[in-house]
Design a protein around this ligand. Structure first.
Ligand code: NAD
Length: 284
């Protein structure tokens, strides 16, 4: 195990969650975001996620926490042990940032994208060394979800895959390695299903509460698809559905009007306090 920090790019829902998981396992993290308010909010949100994970018994007891330092510049990737990109689900933006990162780090430093849907090999076109790029699809909240989908791109090296397996072992996650494709396994299955659940509400067949109650009570879905949409972030879900539609042509991936309306209204789910449900300030 090395003590060089891991740099996490993006202090949104996932960047904060991944940072929480790493820090809870004693790993130092540099957390980077271009939005100053995200960096200001991050320590409080990390404390809250840590408290929740500890209450649920999901973290190793008695482990000294890794230091988390905030940064506003991507140059914070220099000298990192590895880099985890968790910025907005926008292909051009991710390509631009990963390209910049790959020019700043030394060869062999693993670059991990936490994209929900964009094929890794497509992102690899933007970096200097495609062999160093891999996908790890941490899900929200990373400290509570014990399994992580790992996406091996066509050009990802064995060394990069080994490094990611090692990291996941260190933080107590079980990797499941899959081949590269739009949405991989989890988003390819989950996101169109959530879109359909929203369409059912849009068509007036049932309320969001009743859709979730049926999916939980009859089909064993842990939280219900629409509560999951709120947890993911409806803006992020819609971005991911567009990525899937564009690359698969599957019309089931076209975001339904209700999802688009919620994004336009700023009702992005838990992170904005409103989505399919309303959240108290203290639980956001
Ligand atoms: P988010 O909108 O909550 O956060 C994205 C963050 O990236 C924002 O804070 C934004 O300011 C920051 N950002 C944008 N450009 C940047 C740049 N150039 N440098 C540094 N920071 C920048 O999004 P999120 O939900 O955290 O999603 C992040 C990634 O993780 C996306 O690719 C998403 O598809 C994926 N993902 C999300 C979930 C989920 O449940 N939300 C689950 C798995 C994967």
């Amino acid at each position: 195990m090395t003590t060089e920090p891991i740099t996490v790019l993006g202090a949104g829902v996932m960047g904060v969650g991944i940072t929480t998981l790493l820090a809870a396992h004693g790993l130092p993290v540099r957390l980077v975001d271009t939005a100053p308010e995200k960096l200001t909010q991050a320590p409080g949100r990390i404390r809250q996620e840590l408290r929740m994970a500890q209450l649920m018994g999901a973290l190793p007891p008695g482990r000294e926490q890794g230091e988390v330092t905030p940064h506003s510049d991507v140059a914070a990737v220099r000298g990192a042990r590895l880099v985890i990109e968790a910025i907005t689900e926008d292909t051009d933006l991710k390509k631009a940032v990963l390209s910049e990162v790959s020019a700043l780090i030394s060869p062999g430093t693993p670059m991990i994208s936490n994209t929900s849907s964009i094929p890794i090999d497509e992102l690899a076109d933007a970096v200097r060394r495609p062999a160093d790029l891999i996908g790890t699809h941490f899900m929200n909240p990373p400290a509570l979800i014990g399994t992580t989908e790992v996406i091996r791109g066509a050009r990802t090296s064995e060394a990069t895959l080994d490094a990611v397996r090692g990291l996941l072992r260190e933080v107590g996650r079980r990797p499941v390695v899959v081949r590269d494709a739009p949405g991989f396994v989890t988003s390819r299955l989950l996101h169109p299903m959530i879109n359909d659940a929203a369409r059912v509400v849009q068509e007036g067949t049932a309320s969001a509460e009743d859709v979730d109650a049926l999916m939980q009570g009859c089909l064993g879905h842990p939280t219900g698809p629409l509560r999951t949409a709120d947890l993911i972030g409806i803006d992020n879900l819609v971005d991911s559905l567009w990525v899937l539609l564009k690359r698969t042509g599957d019309e089931g991936c076209r975001p339904c009007d209700l999802l688009l309306q919620k994004v336009a209204d700023g009702h992005h789910g838990r992170k904005t306090g409103h989505g399919f449900y309303t959240y108290e300030e203290s639980t956001i």
